[in-house]
Design a protein around this ligand. Structure first.
Ligand code: 8YV
Length: 328
């Protein structure tokens, strides 16, 4: 890498300390308005930058990458998921792709537990009543939800976040089950008291709560299809803080409306930011606007990782968080 500072184009507004440091280290162009870049602006950016620092709201597909200039060598994405980047197409052009794993694990796991509690204990419904001045006095049978302790939690995808959820859930007295491409190590399985299910279908039919923690890849698109969703027990609660595309949202909405599934806690949506209008009206669905990693600490740590990846590349080394297509 030449001594000059690389041109880094950041597509969205990042936390101030991250942006300031990026300006110190690189020839950084910031997005001061925070409006998502249009396709034309993204094309221009990939044409001019040495490094693009995008987020989930930027679709970096093969067609866009055809506009990449010869200088573009690194896409340092701000976020763990990389389903918005065609990593294979980037790699084919000699462009390295990095992400920010690890630093949003605990925050996402916390939000997952919050959604489990919110759905099972009807927290949003209750808060809405109280805040609207509708609390007219305690009654023995009003606002009853379901006990968490002693129930079975089925985790789909036992990577970092799945395991962080399992640790928390165990402390809440939940029995941990999981489906993953392969079992976790015996040490982790023992620590979590986790039961492995090779067959997702078998696991789904037995769980009280199911939580999704896989990446979105062609293999996990609609992993929870209409057929699989119908395997859930009528009292089951489905949680998704991973990616909306993993669940057939239309089928889920229908099944929730029919009472064939007990409830859902969703932080992500299939056609984000659009949410199925029918889903918006369901009292047994708690919906959040993709907030899994939205802590000040987490977002600064994510920015730090972006900086470390760019800096390492700039110094002629392999960035630590390279995304290898076979790992996805
Ligand atoms: C990020 C996420 O905030 O990291 C991820 O995969 O889903 C979010 O929590 C988002 O991706 C930022 O680009």
């Amino acid at each position: 890498m030449a001594a000059r500072k690389p041109k880094v184009i950041v597509t969205r507004k990042l936390p101030d300390p991250v942006e300031t440091r990026m300006r110190e280290l690189f020839d950084t162009e910031l997005n001061l308005t925070d409006a998502p870049m249009t396709r034309a602006q993204l094309s221009d950016a990939v044409g001019r930058a040495d490094v693009l620092a995008p987020t989930i709201t930027d679709k970096i597909d093969a067609t866009l990458l055809e506009k990449a200039g010869p200088k573009l060598k690194l896409i340092a994405s701000f976020g763990a998921g990389v389903d918005h980047v065609d990593v294979a197409a980037a790699n084919a052009r000699g462009i390295t792709v990095t992400n920010t794993p690890g630093v949003l694990t605990e925050d996402t796991a916390d939000l997952t537990m919050a959604l489990i509690m919110a759905v099972a204990r009807r927290i949003v419904e209750g808060a809405n009543v109280a805040q609207a001045g509708g609390f007219t006095g305690w009654t023995p049978t009003w606002m009853m939800g379901h006990r968490i302790t002693g129930k079975r939690l089925g985790i789909i995808g036992m990577g970092r976040i799945g395991q962080a959820v399992a640790r928390r859930a165990r402390a809440f007295g939940l029995q941990i089950h999981y489906h993953n491409r392969k079992p976790v190590s015996p040490r982790i399985a023992e620590e979590l008291g986790a039961t492995y299910w090779e067959s997702l279908d078998q696991m789904l039919a037995r769980m009280d709560i199911v939580s999704v923690h896989s990446p979105h890849t062609p293999a996990t698109y609609h992993l929870l299809s209409a057929r699989r969703l119908k395997l859930l027990q009528p009292h089951a609660i489905l949680i998704n803080t991973a990616r909306g595309e993993i669940i057939d949202e239309t089928a889920l909405t229908e099944l929730l409306a029919q009472g064939a599934i007990g409830g859902a806690g969703l932080d992500v949506f299939e056609f984000e930011p659009r949410i199925n209008p029918k889903l918006l009206k369901l009292p047994n669905a708690v919906l959040l606007p993709h907030m899994g990693s939205a802590t000040i600490e987490g977002r600064i740590d994510m920015g730090e990782k972006v900086i470390i990846n760019i800096r390492t590349w700039m110094d002629g080394h392999k960035p630590p968080d390279r995304v290898i297509p076979s790992m996805m």
